[in-house]
Design a protein around this ligand. Structure first.
Ligand SMILES: Nc1ncnc2c1ncn2[C@@H]1O[C@H](COP(=O)(O)OP(=O)(O)OP(=O)(O)O)[C@@H](O)[C@H]1O
Ligand SMILES: [Mg+2]
Length: 255
């Protein structure tokens, strides 16, 4: 038996985590004369670590999130009136286990999408199946899609444990087929008690206008709000602060 035999066996058993670190662990064991069980334990941890990382990676990809945001990198001092406690409550993901929803409504640039993405990313790390959508773009794509494609999109919006509809009604009025998808999605997930997080800078009183149908807005909101946390984001735009900082930097370079 030599190293090649061991490597072949590890490949056959698909133990790539052990394969990657075996030489180091061997060196470590020889250098520190570690007891066998301790070395064996470290080797098992290497395999578990790699599997966990890969699984997290797969869930992140599946979620279609475009960035890994957290609440650690959120500056709570910038807009002191934000509902910080409620954000952290959502971040615990209890609401996902309970099939509850969250509506994050408020002014542009105050961090609604940031918080929703952070919650979604956290959910992928906790093993939930998550789907993040830029709401208007996805609803518009649906309206133009062929029947089979529409069915597939609807399934993709129904199956995950957590669905994030980000920036809903950013483009004001959405088309009738888009509004119908939104309604079907919300109805189905409500029946299955699966969570939705919605962010929007449109107050819910105006949703009828953007849907082109007040009754539809009521049936959607009725279901969304039945088991929901309502978060209001009041404050200044962080984007403007960043833009102002860029301009100031530019000015100081020019000087
Ligand atoms: N308090 C904050 N601390 C750190 N970064 C922030 C904060 N608020 C917002 N940001 C950042 O500013 C940018 C704009 O925030 P975000 O997209 O979350 O705003 P929004 O409320 O969703 O706006 P809109 O209504 O226009 O969609 C993002 O890059 C976000 O990470
Ligand atoms: Mg947003």
């Amino acid at each position: 038996m030599n190293m090649n035999d061991i490597e072949r066996a590890l490949r056959q058993l698909r133990l790539s985590g052990i394969h990657a670190t075996l030489e180091t662990r061997l060196m470590q064991a020889q250098a520190s004369q570690q007891p066998f069980l301790e070395t064996f334990w470290a080797i098992l941890q290497d395999e578990l670590d790699r599997r966990r990382t890969r699984l997290n990676e797969r869930r992140f990809k599946q979620s279609r999130l475009d960035e890994r945001l957290t609440l650690q990198d959120f500056d709570w001092r910038f807009n002191p009136k934000l509902p910080r406690q409620a954000c952290f409550d959502l971040y615990t993901l209890k609401f996902v286990a309970e099939g509850g929803n969250a509506l994050i409504i408020g002014k542009p640039g105050t961090g609604k999408s940031h918080v929703a993405k952070a919650i979604a990313y956290q959910a992928t790390l906790q093993g939930y199946h998550v789907r993040y959508l830029e709401a208007d773009a996805e609803l518009a794509r649906y309206a133009l899609a062929a029947h089979d494609e529409q069915q597939r999109m609807l399934r993709e919006c129904t199956e995950p444990d957590l669905l994030v509809l980000d920036d809903l009604f950013l483009a004001r009025r959405i088309s009738d087929p888009s509004a119908e998808l939104l309604q079907t999605m919300v109805h189905r997930r409500y029946k299955l008690r699966r969570s939705i997080v919605v962010t929007s800078n449109r107050v819910i009183q105006d949703w009828g206008k953007y849907l082109g149908d007040n009754t539809m807005a009521t049936t959607i909101l009725d279901r969304l709000m039945h088991h929901a946390a309502m978060l209001e984001f009041e404050g200044k735009s962080y984007r403007l602060k960043e833009a102002a900082a860029r301009i100031a930097r530019g000015a100081s370079h020019d000087a």
